[in-house]
Design a protein around this ligand. Structure first.
Ligand SMILES: C[C@](O)(C(=O)O)[C@H](CC(=O)O)C(=O)O
Ligand SMILES: [Mg+2]
Length: 309
């Protein structure tokens, strides 16, 4: 009922244990608090909260327009709805070193289990688009040091993302990303997010260069094909995110339903694709509220909690 009973400290500990385990960990992106519940129910070990999704959900492009307050608030709403650890995309940290320090403390306060901070210049852009630029190594290192020093829970995961792969074609770009990754680990990063890797061999190169967990971003319509979990495990990736997948699925379904309403004058043909009333009530945990106040759930929903409605 209401929110998760697991404390942020417990979630952060659980995240550390997950990353220390042998299994590759998949973190689908929750686009709202309720979808975090769905992710938990399907057995995933964690929830990812995408900066692109938070911005796009507000109708904004992913170019660093969202504020720390907006991101911490929404990420906190998502994190509190699940017992799973949630990791949030903190973009460039909302400024330079001092701002990054505050960002980390606000995200801790919001109940997140970790965040990633990238080395792009502002205004930033989606890591899978061309024309990105990264800050100098000194600035990138300062961001990570500030983040690490600012956290009050040693288990809050500071992941460094490098966008340096775009700094040159093929080998040159990869070498730049590998160098950055090593320096960011030396600066204290707990994990590395090498952005826009083109091939499995590129992930393997990053894997060989650092001894902290590495993340693969399996975003659709990006720079690489969508590798399978086994493929990524075979090159030593520890964690996979599917940042925008659920938002794209949900918005795709919404568009199809609207098109059908326009074309047919009724949504009838789309109903079998929808989450049923029963399933929706199950996800928001209606029956638990009954134990609190028997007047809350004293109605019948046909087929409630069955597959039939
Ligand atoms: C991971 C990412 O930073 C995000 O905000 O989700 C994006 C995802 C995307 O735009 O597809 C990214 O820069 O890769
Ligand atoms: Mg992002």
């Amino acid at each position: 009922m209401l929110y998760s009973q697991t404390t942020p400290e417990q979630k952060r500990k659980r995240l550390r244990e997950t990353l220390a385990g042998d299994q590759i960990a998949r973190f689908p992106g929750a686009f709202n608090p309720l979808s975090a519940r769905l992710i938990e129910e399907k057995g995933f070990p964690g929830v990812y909260i995408s900066g692109a999704v938070l911005a796009n959900d507000l109708g904004l492009p992913d170019i660093g327009l969202t504020t720390l307050t907006e991101v911490a608030t929404r990420a906190g709403q998502i994190a509190r709805m699940t017992d799973l650890p949630a990791i949030v995309d903190a973009d460039t940290g909302f400024g330079e070193a001092m701002n990054v320090a505050r960002t980390v403390q606000e995200l801790e306060n919001a109940g997140l289990a970790g965040c990633h901070i990238e080395d792009q210049v502002n205004p930033k852009r989606c890591g899978h688009l061309d024309g990105k630029a990264v800050v100098g190594l000194d600035v990138a290192v300062k961001r990570i040091r500030a983040a690490v020093d600012a956290r009050r829970d040693g288990n809050f995961l500071i992941m460094a993302r490098t966008d340096a792969r775009a700094n040159g074609d093929g080998e040159a770009g990869l070498a730049a990303a590998v160098d950055r990754a090593k320096s960011l680990v030396d600066a204290g990063a707990d994990a590395i997010f090498p952005e826009a890797m083109a091939t499995l061999d590129e992930f393997a190169a990053v894997r060989a260069a650092v001894d902290v967990p590495i993340l693969a971003n399996m975003t659709e319509f990006g720079k690489s094909r969508l590798f399978t979990v086994d493929e990524l495990a075979s090159v030593g990736v520890d964690m996979i995110i599917y940042p925008v997948t659920l938002l794209r699925s949900a918005m795709g379904a919404a568009e199809r339903t609207l098109d059908e309403l326009v074309a047919a004058g009724t949504q009838e043909s789309q109903v079998p694709e929808m989450l049923t009333r029963a399933r929706l009530y199950e996800l928001v945990d209606y029956p638990s509220y009954d134990s609190f106040d028997a007047g809350v759930f004293d109605f019948e929903v046909p087929g409630v909690f069955s597959e039939t409605v």
